[in-house]
Design a protein around this ligand. Structure first.
Ligand code: HEC
Length: 167
């Protein structure tokens, strides 16, 4: 019980830190600038919704293979991204952010992520390649399935909420 409470508290601190980072990066990443502003500065912990979909292990494995082929060179085989991803380059461009719970990919709905990965963001100095000619929407969804398998329950719940709202 104690451990559960501590883990929950840790997740909350992590989330606050992630939101603070998001706020800082939102100024730089146009894709993030369209996110609704957090008025409290302290988002409520989202309980895992009853309809949080179970991940399909076969899709996760397919996504893992494509992630290793197309994404890992920049975002890391361990999804950790660049160690100094919070510090912009001198020209204003960014280094690859993590794709695990420590990044902020999980702040975006499936729809936003599919569009970003296929077509790129409208961030002028973006160094993220576009994959619309290489990967189908189904491929990208498999990669997202793999990323989700690496997120904590809170991050999954938050991202599922964002995805559900856009349906
Ligand atoms: C050549 C390096 C490179 C490759 C390869 C790459 N990315 Fe990126 N990615 C970046 C950089 C740099 C950013 C930071 C924003 C920018 O420059 O547009 C980024 C940003 C992102 C974001 C936005 C993160 C956020 O928090 O908003 C997602 C999601 C993402 N990448 C997923 C992927 C996926 C999935 C693949 C493989 C299909 C991939 N990337 C391949 C460099 C790369």
């Amino acid at each position: 019980m104690q451990a559960v409470v501590q883990r929950a508290a840790g997740a909350r601190v992590g989330r606050q830190r992630a939101v603070a980072i998001l706020a800082a990066v939102a100024i730089l990443v146009a894709g993030c600038a369209t996110e609704p502003a957090d008025t409290t500065g302290n988002p409520a912990v989202v309980p895992a919704p009853a309809d949080l979909p179970r991940l399909d292990p076969i899709r996760v494995e397919q996504g893992a293979e494509m992630y290793r082929a197309f994404c890992a060179t920049c975002h890391g085989i361990d999804l950790a991204g660049s160690p100094d991803w919070k510090v912009p380059n001198p020209d204003g461009s960014l280094t690859p952010p993590p794709q695990d719970s420590t990044g902020h990919t999980w702040h975006h709905s499936d729809q936003v992520l599919i569009d970003l990965i296929a077509n790129g963001s409208d961030f002028a100095q973006s160094r993220m390649p576009t994959f619309g000619d290489t990967l189908s929407e189904s491929d990208i969804l498999a990669i997202l399935e793999y990323l989700k398998s690496n997120w904590g329950e809170q991050e999954r719940a938050y991202q599922w909420e964002a995805t559900s709202q856009q349906r």
